[in-house]
Design a binder for this molecule. Structure first.
Ligand code: AMP
Ligand code: AMP
Length: 341
């Protein structure tokens, strides 16, 4: 039987590192936090890191990777790990890595992501190939736009071209996706699928707190028009949420279908934490506009567990801790290779 004392858990100091490291410690692991210079304070103050490795920039990850390998560290990637390392470099990560790296290709390419979700029978917003096809309110997303900056809404081809005029010729604004704008409330569902138990769990839900989308309602419609405010979706935080209980059966099934479909795409399929991000409309249809195949920051309000993990575990169970438990179980059952990828 493997011993968890022979391993460490490591992650980059941002995003969900606090709960990943705290969860790892609660499960008995030693932890390593890789921090950018000047940004180590939270990890020291909350005492979640047994060791801090300083780098000038997360982009320097590969210069310290040897230190991780020597210590038998298992990296837990989070939502922004790829953002820092760069998608093309992910396959070069040599340290032990929790989760299937190959699934990232399906998550980060909009066309492939759509193919995956459609094959799982998930409802998606309609997409329009050309502005001329627009026949309902649409949201226009520029490729690589960070945090929804510069997205805009249009109702027709004419309106599209009027609004697009502002961005024309600007760097990074030549490629865009035109998606049906779904009117409803945003709901982000946090799942966990363990390849060891074969069980899909619903860990919790959140909604995002976005600037300025969540502040526009604080001023009168007339003022919004007068000062010509444009909606942006820069993420600043996350708000906990529970959903109407009768929605849960379908939400469980959606997660299960996404996992099953992923097994046909890449060896090992999707496992560990993932998130379906979408909008629930007044007819209670859940339209998904994105999947994250990693732990998402919306799980951060639940470091002490969510209402849903409380039902299942009767002890504080964050997604970070659930992850560490999966790794621990894998080590103790000599099945570590099943959770690495
Ligand atoms: P940061 O380390 O905060 O600069 O985040 C890196 C990337 O992770 C950002 O570009 C965001 O896309 C994503 N991210 C960070 N925090 C959150 C959050 N609370 N919710 C959703 N995405 C996030
Ligand atoms: P994203 O960058 O794709 O995460 O989108 C940023 C924000 O835009 C989300 O948090 C939603 O509030 C909103 N959004 C994205 N896609 C849609 C859609 N198809 N319909 C309605 N709202 C959307």
């Amino acid at each position: 039987m493997g011993n968890i004392k022979d391993y460490k858990i490591a992650t980059l100091g941002s995003h969900t590192a606090l709960q990943i490291l705290k969860g790892a410690k609660d499960e008995g692991f030693e932890t390593i936090c890789i921090c950018e210079k000047g940004k180590g304070k939270p990890y020291q103050s909350y005492e979640v890191a047994d060791q801090i490795i300083m780098v000038d920039s997360f982009k320097d990850y590969f210069t310290i990777e040897d230190q991780l390998i020597k210590q038998n560290a298992i990296i837990v990637p989070h939502g922004s790990f790829v953002a820092y390392i760069g998608p093309s470099k992910m396959m070069e990560v040599k340290a032990m890595h929790y989760g299937t790296k190959a699934i990232l290709e399906w998550e980060s390419d909009r066309m492939k992501e759509r193919q995956w979700l459609l094959s799982a029978n998930i409802k998606l917003p309609k997409v329009f190939k050309t502005p001329e096809e627009i026949d309902c309110p649409v949201i226009v997303k520029f490729h690589g736009a960070h945090g929804g900056k510069g997205y805009f809404i249009a109702n027709s081809a004419k309106e599209f071209y009027e609004r697009y005029e502002v961005y024309k010729g600007k760097e990074g604004h030549d490629k865009y996706a035109i998606q049906e704008y779904v009117v409803g409330v945003p709901v982000y569902t946090h799942y966990f699928y363990s390849p060891l138990t074969g069980e899909l769990e619903v860990m919790g839900f959140d909604k995002r707190y976005e600037s300025n989308a969540d502040s526009i309602g604080r001023i009168a419609a007339k003022d919004q028009v007068d000062v010509d405010i444009r909606t942006t979706y820069t993420i600043t935080g996350n708000v906990p949420l529970v959903v109407r209980e009768s929605l849960l059966p379908e939400i469980f099934e959606m997660g299960q279908r996404v996992v099953e479909a992923s097994k046909k795409l890449v060896k090992g399929g999707l496992f560990g934490p993932f998130c379906l991000e979408g909008i629930i409309d007044p007819e209670l249809n859940y339209s998904v506009f994105e999947i994250s195949a990693r732990i998402v920051a919306g799980t951060n309000p639940y470091i002490n567990g969510s209402p849903y993990t409380w039902l299942k575990y009767n002890e504080p169970m964050s997604t970070g801790r659930r992850l560490a438990r999966d790794i621990k179980m894998a080590i103790e059952q000599d099945r570590l290779s099943e959770v690495l990828g």
